[in-house]
Design a binder for this molecule. Structure first.
Ligand code: CDP
Length: 225
């Protein structure tokens, strides 16, 4: 396995955007595990499957793949890029159910570990269990947190939706419900991994949070100049 930076945290804490920017700065490849869970959820939704083994078998057959394109791994279903489709609200509503199935988690973990060996320099991987389960030996682990209303505000503006108080309250409730499902599940729940640096980004602007992690990475990987 190449060099690994693991970024975990709750829904809407900015993991993916941050991971992509940090990967760009380090010359690493971005590995978005949530996008892969979303691809499994999308495939399962379309076939109305809710059983882990069947979903994993479907993923093999289609197949669901991570394709290395430039500086990121892109989720594909049967050769089609699904990086946009997996952001659909119906997929978001379903993904934590599908991600709680042990057979799905086993399949995803295999794909993530295989992908990491293909990255030329290293990966910045983000998710819920990257530092705790997928890459427990990661060279640098970050646990990214932010207050729920702030996460809701960021998510709404990212999606180009209205950012009024009522929308923030509603989006905040949805994020907290997903956090609870992710933290309370039996398999690989959302936890702060041992050895992780906890970074609360509530009052930080995006550039600041990227700089902080890039700085920590330069310490963890002295070979990067
Ligand atoms: O970007 P957002 O915070 O909305 O979520 P995501 O990173 O795309 O992940 C979507 C869902 O996949 C999460 O709510 C988890 O249920 C699941 N997931 C997981 O269980 N383990 C991971 N390593 C990554 C995602």
């Amino acid at each position: 396995v190449s060099a690994v930076v693991a970024i975990d945290g709750p829904a809407g804490s900015g993991k993916s955007t941050t991971a992509r920017a940090v990967a760009g700065r380090l010359g690493f490849t971005h590995l978005d595990s949530g996008a892969l869970y979303r691809a499994f959820a999308l495939a399962a939704l379309e076939r109305e499957l809710d059983e882990g083994e069947r979903i994993a078998a479907l993923a093999d057959a289609l197949p669901i793949r991570l394709d290395l394109v430039d500086d990121r791994f892109r989720p594909e279903i049967a050769g089609v890029d699904v990086s946009q489709a997996v952001r659909r609200p119906d997929v978001t509503a379903r993904v934590s159910f599908v991600a709680a199935l042990p057979a799905v988690r086993a399949a995803v973990n295999r794909m993530l570990r295989a992908a990491a060996t293909l990255a030329p320099l290293g990966v910045v991987a983000d998710g819920r269990d990257i530092g705790s389960v997928v890459f427990p030996d990661a060279d640098l682990k970050i646990f990214l947190v932010a207050a729920a209303p702030e996460r809701a505000r960021r998510r709404l503006s990212q999606e180009g939706r209205a950012v009024d108080e009522a929308s923030i309250r509603r989006a905040s409730r949805e994020l907290l419900a997903r956090d609870a499902r992710d933290a309370e599940r039996a398999h690989a729940p959302l936890v702060q991994p041992p050895g992780a640096v906890r970074l609360d980004t509530t009052g930080m602007v995006f550039a600041e949070q990227v700089e902080t992690i890039v700085g920590l990475a330069r310490n963890a990987f002295p070979q990067l100049t």
